[in-house]
Ligand binder design. Sequence first.
Ligand SMILES: *Cc1c(COP(=O)(O)O)cnc(C)c1O
Length: 365
Amino acid sequence: MTALREASIDLGAISRNVETIGAAVGSADVMVVVKANGYGHGAVESARAAMAGGATRLGVVDIAEALALRAAGVDAPILAWLHGAAADFGTAVEAGVDLGVSHLAQLDRVAAASGVARVHIKVDSGLGRNGASEAECAELFAAAARHERAGRLRITGFFSHLANAGDAADAAQLERFTRLLAGARSAGLDPETVHLAATAGALRLPAARFDLVRIGVGAYGLSPFDDASSADLGLTPVMRLSGEIVSVKRVPAGTGVSYAHDYVAPRDTTLVLVPLGYADGIPRHASGAGPVSINGRTFAVSGRVAMDQFVVDVGDHPVALGDRAVLFGDPATGVPSATQWADAAGTINYEVVTRIGNRVERRYR
Ligand SMILES: *Cc1c(COP(=O)(O)O)cnc(C)c1O
């Protein structure tokens, strides 16, 4: 039995996607990023499938995510790179979690924590987000070398993140990254793992591959590019989202559908009800537009997406109670893609899969 609301997750596809990307990036190692519950796919299951596909490391955002993986028995190397003032670095070190460090106050707290942390210094090479600014780097590197000599931590990695703002911006970031890395080395640091690229950089910017690429969206089979589909990249979308048809009714022309009657049936027709709404991560901005495949034909959501449900006008297409409405999956199987939902909602495929909520049952294939 399929669940009322189901995200079917193809773990074999994660492994194959990781293998495909691993082959494309040559000698660079692959870290698979399983932050945000594995982009909505399940962190623990995605992590295991990624390792089976040849990943050598896992990436998460915060220490809580890393500890949840450890609690589930995942013993692969894990890097966590965003921390608040209350972050428990001692517990992270004890659990063997590597720490991304972005500024001096953070570095000093990591040094003061119990145990000898493995630290990846994070620099801002031009994204303008997390990471040490160029101006703070000299002081940060000097402090890191001092702490390392005192045996309080080890600097094992050095990294940054790309803005994907175009070729010139990529080149400028690469240049600044390389210069900051040289600065770290002259300060006496010797990070063995240098990394810069996420999925987009890994696939299209060979100079950004260094020792390791950090693959998120590509592992889940989605393309980070506007001009290339999953299939173009040799990747298979992992999540298939569907709901059971829970109501089928014949209505006369002129019937208003859902809040504010943004949709009015243009003729006598059949309306079906799908039990997925914005509480489940279905974007309300895709009202009237999101594609839904039912019994081999693709329709658009009719009217507004509500908190728990939406309606589809299926005309005279045969649909019965208990049939499935597939919102997205692998387009090679004839269903819409997460990217089409993103386009319908004015967002990106990353956001579509990541927001799929807890009421949606994950079923692993
Ligand atoms: C999320 C994230 C990634 C993965 O990015 P994708 O585009 O999904 O491959 C890599 N590095 C950092 C620092 C991230 O925050």
